[in-house]
Design a protein around this ligand. Structure first.
Ligand SMILES: NC(=O)c1ccc[n+]([C@@H]2O[C@H](COP(=O)([O-])OP(=O)(O)OC[C@H]3O[C@@H](n4cnc5c(N)ncnc54)[C@H](OP(=O)(O)O)[C@@H]3O)[C@@H](O)[C@H]2O)c1
Length: 340
């Protein structure tokens, strides 16, 4: 309960390695007031995402971090509580970027009105939010892929990967998903209908990769990075296209990995096979969001793109929810914390 105050989870310390409970501090601030042209909204659902570790700093990311003492960042679904803005009414559901706090204000351009008739509100934090947008942008704008080729998606059971993989199927590619554990592999094959799926934790991973990729890799959607990449990169075909969406396996790392240095081999492969590697970050390409929503909303509405979500109840559970993305306990569903 908000108790007439604005609960905020602020960044108390920059993590050493993976984020831990003491890196966050729960404080109570006053509920902000608004002036003409502004809205006050109350957050009801909070999106939990791997890049939130990057926002905390002291990791591998070179992108901007939040300041110590500021609320943790991230997308939310909210309801308008008070409006002095002509385009918003009290009770309107909206998607915002206001992070881990009960209340926040906006001048309008950074919040998006939601239509609960069109899709469940939570989808604005999943397939019709940043996760779906990342998958769509990487599969549509970074590279275009010829039907008939083979697409490999890492982190394929996750919220971005599962959508990238389904877009690959819809665009006529043969899709092979990589994920951790037998349950996720079964989900990829049976529920999402991928052509093959491989458990990267299984002892025979390299053999399974060889068998699943008889015609090599034409397209690669990277969410994970880390030690499984050197196994996969050997299967790049000539003119293979790789889209780097994320490298979750190293977000908490501050030092180079120990062991074999695969970089010279990667450079050789890029050279001889003309591998085309590109990366993107959604904050820089938000102007394409309307195009994404126009294509994706009907696909989600008609069930042509499936998604899984898991709700955790209680504002107090935000830090644990985020930490679970990195400690191997997360099941691969989109994690959403509901405010109490
Ligand atoms: N470029 C952009 O603008 C943008 C925007 C949004 C997200 N992203 C990136 O997209 C990627 C996927 O995000 P998401 O929201 O869909 O995350 P997610 O898949 O819902 O959650 C994380 C999953 O990553 C896997 N994982 C975690 N640690 C790992 C490790 N050390 N090694 C291998 N796999 C690990 C786990 O799945 P398994 O059990 O299958 O390993 C875990 O379930 C992330 O890299 C994220 O940063 C990029």
């Amino acid at each position: 309960m908000t108790n007439g105050k604005n609960r905020q989870y602020v960044l108390a310390a920059r993590p050493q390695g993976p984020a831990k409970r003491s890196d966050f501090k729960l404080i109570e601030a006053d509920i902000p007031s608004i002036s003409d042209g502004q809205v006050l909204f109350r957050n009801t659902m909070f999106s939990i995402d791997p890049y939130q570790r990057n926002l905390m700093g002291n990791g591998s990311s070179e992108w901007p971090t939040i300041a110590l003492g500021d609320p943790m960042g991230g997308p939310t679904v909210a309801v308008v509580e008070e409006s002095k803005h002509p385009d918003f009414n009290v009770g309107d559901p909206v998607q915002t970027w206001s992070g881990w706090q009960d209340f926040a204000t906006s001048d309008g351009p950074d919040i998006r009105k939601l239509d609960p008739e069109e899709a469940p509100l939570s989808t604005a934090l999943g397939p019709l939010g940043l996760n779906g947008f990342s998958a769509w942008y990487g599969m549509t704008k970074v590279h275009t892929f010829k039907p008939g080729g083979t697409l490999v998606v890492t982190g394929a059971a996750g919220s971005v990967g599962s959508i990238a993989a389904q877009l690959g199927k819809l665009r006529g590619l043969r899709v092979v998903g990589i994920a951790g554990g037998a349950k996720k592999v079964a989900f990829l094959r049976e529920d999402l209908g991928l052509d093959d799926a491989i458990d990267y934790r299984a002892h025979n991973f390299a053999d399974r990769v060889r068998r699943a990729l008889p015609d090599g890799i034409d397209a690669f959607f990277e969410n994970v990075g880390g030690p499984i990449f050197p196994v996969l990169m050997e299967h790049f075909n000539r003119d293979a296209k790789m889209t780097i969406c994320g490298t979750i396996s190293d977000y908490s790392e501050t030092e180079l990995p120990k062991g074999i240095n695969y970089l010279p081999r990667l450079i050789t492969l890029i050279h001889y096979r003309f591998v085309d590697i590109k990366a993107f970050a959604t904050p820089y390409v938000m102007d394409t969001m309307p195009e994404f929503l126009a294509e994706m909303t009907p696909l989600v509405k008609q069930g042509k793109v499936k998604y899984r979500e898991e709700f955790i109840d209680g504002f107090a559970k935000l830090p644990e929810a985020m930490m679970s993305l990195f400690d191997g306990t997360h099941s691969g569903k989109k994690l959403i914390v509901r405010a109490d």
